[in-house]
Design a protein around this ligand. Structure first.
Ligand code: PRP
Length: 183
């Protein structure tokens, strides 16, 4: 039976199984890169929360984790370009190897800002990991070091990604029906 979330989904873009398989690969790749280095996984809230939970469990290295919350969309479908920190990192990150964990790299405004912010706070290295990469919308020159899936320029939700704070709890990545966000 179709539920009240799924009725707004035009089609499934990335299935649960595809996500699970790809995160397994990403976790193993990060484990090879960071073995013996004690990296700090830094999740960018809120969108990262599902991906972060799966990624850290797929990456068997000594590590710790933190979250930072930023906002630039303010309930719009277009990035405002102004990135605000709404919850900052709670520990000194001087000298740390940071793995930024994002759900999606879109305009690049968020990650361009965060990279600069974390460098000024003294990070030793910054590795950008994103589940989804939407290169067609890039406004800032920022690339992921590791991306799960390249996605087309469509409004995607689920697996942590929202529209107006809804749909984050869909277990897959879906394309939202345009009539939902053009209402
Ligand atoms: C989304 C997403 C990224 C950012 C990517 O966050 O989680 O952080 O936008 O877009 P960009 O590359 O265009 O900057 P959002 O501001 O919607 O907040 P959320 O994580 O709470 O959903």
């Amino acid at each position: 039976m179709i539920n009240e979330l799924e009725k707004d989904i035009a089609r499934v873009l990335v299935t649960e199984e595809e996500i699970r398989t790809r995160i397994g690969e990403m976790g193993r790749e990060l484990a090879e890169r960071f073995q013996g280095k004690n990296p700090l996984f830094l999740g960018v809230l809120k969108g990262c929360f599902v991906f972060m939970a799966d990624l850290v469990r797929a990456c068997p290295v000594n590590s710790d984790l933190e979250f930072i919350a930023v906002s630039s969309y303010q309930n719009s479908t277009m990035s405002s370009g102004r990135v605000q920190i709404t919850h900052d990192v709670q520990q000194d990150i001087t000298g740390r190897d940071i793995i930024i964990v994002e759900d999606i790299l879109d305009s690049g405004n968020t990650l361009a800002f965060l990279k600069n912010y974390l460098m000024t706070k003294g990070a030793a290295s910054i590795t950008i990991v994103t589940l989804l990469d939407k290169p067609s919308r890039r406004a800032k020159a920022v690339d992921a070091d590791l991306a799960g899936f390249v996605v087309p320029d469509e409004f995607v939700v689920g697996y942590g990604l929202d529209f107006a704070q809804h749909y984050r709890n869909l277990p897959y990545i879906g394309v939202l029906k345009p009539e939902v966000y053009t209402k």
